[in-house]
Design a protein around this ligand. Structure first.
Ligand code: ATP
Ligand code: MG
Ligand code: MG
Ligand code: MG
Length: 429
């Protein structure tokens, strides 16, 4: 008996070979007395044709789109077929005859989200998920190769890291209210005292109320904290990490990038060191472009998009005002109105993919800053403890994995960077 092989392997064999593949009917049509089935598996698509002299011809005509099947036949060169080869079908086993598949070519975006459990089979989504797989794999690879320990923080937490407005309350088992984590940063900070360099990849939850192209309510957050380092040190980590991930995708996913129509020139520019733009200069540029922003404002997607026009690669935006960044950021001793922080912005209009910087290591300074933000230091008791027992200078960052995939794959909207997006208006399927 012939062994089943992946479609991609079948397409590499010479004409005349006997091949057996299995998968799903991607396209189906009859042309005269010939029945065509384009078979899709996880590796690609291949066309099979059944003529009336094949005993399986009547079955081939019955096949519906998305039916699962096994096809055996002889390989023939055919420049019109996808991949340049076609299977002259001999045997066909229908594993499951699919019901009328609800997704049509002209399906609306909204409908595709409603049937996302079926839409995830599309070739585009498959390529995005393969790129996403490489992004996650390369991230772990880089951290492991550079002496980091992977750790895990809790998802149920009792206080805000990034501000109360986006907290998700959860009724806990004892009747109290707890929250879904917005960031594992504080827990990672607790772990640098033993492990020194730690990272995690976990969901973070934020009740984002506005609809944007870059906000999910549940997103995959890669975070790292490093003892004995500063802003400069952590920016180096970020650029090395991102460059490594992009290189890996270029190596492993050339076909997927092509299928998505992703232009790769800019991805090839992603080599450290990344350019840097000060917040002060950014405000000048934005005012020059007619934006109504003043010093002190946080920058949103529109402002960031305008700034990306100045660069052909990812770049750092540094020196944010104190009021624009969360309380745990350390103020610059030589210029106390700004923080020792930097965001990494992706080019081509994408904007922020990483936020990072130095953390406050002195107890009194942290208490004062918590108060100046109108927060209660009592809510942060355990976090303050980290400044009571062997405090060290340290820095860290949070990288939005879904945003990174969105940019690398050249997608228009973050919901297309993961299979089952959670947004302000969607928790089904
Ligand atoms: P934004 O300014 O876009 O709201 P942020 O500054 O609030 O983002 P951070 O708190 O700095 O985000 O979180 C670190 C990273 O996590 C961000 O740089 C981004 O890549 C990612 N991230 C934050 N919020 C979201 C979200 N709602 N959906 C997807 N990714 C997010
Ligand atoms: Mg935000
Ligand atoms: Mg931001
Ligand atoms: Mg940020």
């Amino acid at each position: 008996a012939t062994d089943i092989i992946p479609v991609k392997e079948a397409l590499k064999l010479p004409a005349g070979s006997t091949v057996k593949v299995r998968g799903w009917a991607y396209r189906r049509r009859d042309l005269g007395d010939k029945a065509f089935i384009v078979v899709r598996d996880s590796t690609g698509i291949i066309q099979a044709v059944f003529t009336p002299d094949s005993p399986s011809h009547p079955d081939a005509r019955k096949v519906t789109v998305e039916s699962s099947l096994v096809v055996e036949g002889t390989l023939k060169d055919d420049p019109r077929a996808p991949g340049g080869k076609e299977i002259q079908g001999k045997k066909l086993e229908i594993v499951h005859l699919a019901e009328n598949f609800p997704i049509r070519r002209d399906a609306s975006r909204e409908f595709l989200l409603e049937v996302r459990h079926l839409a995830v089979r599309s070739r585009k989504m498959t390529s995005v998920l393969k790129i996403r797989n490489t992004v996650f794999e390369a991230l772990h690879e880089w951290f492991r190769a550079n002496g980091y320990y992977e750790v895990q923080g809790p998802m149920f937490v009792s206080a805000a890291v990034e501000g109360g407005a986006t907290l998700f309350p959860v009724k806990y088992v004892d009747g109290s209210t707890v929250y879904l984590t917005q960031s594992s940063q504080f827990y990672l900070e607790a772990l640098i005292f033993s492990l020194e360099k730690v990272y995690t990849v976990a969901p973070s939850f934020r009740a984002e109320k506005s609809r944007t192209r870059r906000h999910l309510t549940e997103f995959w957050h890669a975070e790292a904290e490093v003892a004995w380092t500063n802003l400069e040190g952590i920016m180096k980590v970020e650029e090395e990490l991102v460059a490594h991930i992009v290189r890996r995708v270029l190596e492993k996913n050339a076909e997927d990038l092509e299928l998505l129509g992703r232009k790769t020139e800019i991805l090839r520019n992603v080599e450290p060191p990344f350019p840097r733009l000060s917040y002060d200069k950014a405000i000048e540029i934005l005012q020059g472009k007619g934006f109504k922003v003043s010093w002190g404002d946080d920058l949103g997607a529109d402002e960031e998009r305008a700034l990306t026009e100045e660069f052909d690669r990812p770049f750092f935006l540094y020196g944010f005002p104190v009021q624009a960044k969360a309380f745990y950021h350390k103020n610059d001793p030589s210029r106390p109105e700004v923080t020792l922080s930097a965001d990494l912005l992706a080019p081509e209009g994408y904007g922020e993919i990483i936020g990072g910087g130095e953390r406050i290591e002195k107890l009194e300074e942290l208490v004062e800053k918590i108060k100046s933000f109108g927060l209660n230091p009592r809510d942060y008791e355990w976090y303050l403890d980290l400044r009571r027992y062997g405090s060290v200078p340290h820095a860290g960052f949070g990288l939005g994995m879904d945003r990174l995939v969105t940019w690398i794959a050249g997608l228009e909207h973050i919901v297309d960077s993961l299979p089952f997006p959670r947004t302000v208006s969607r928790t089904y399927p």
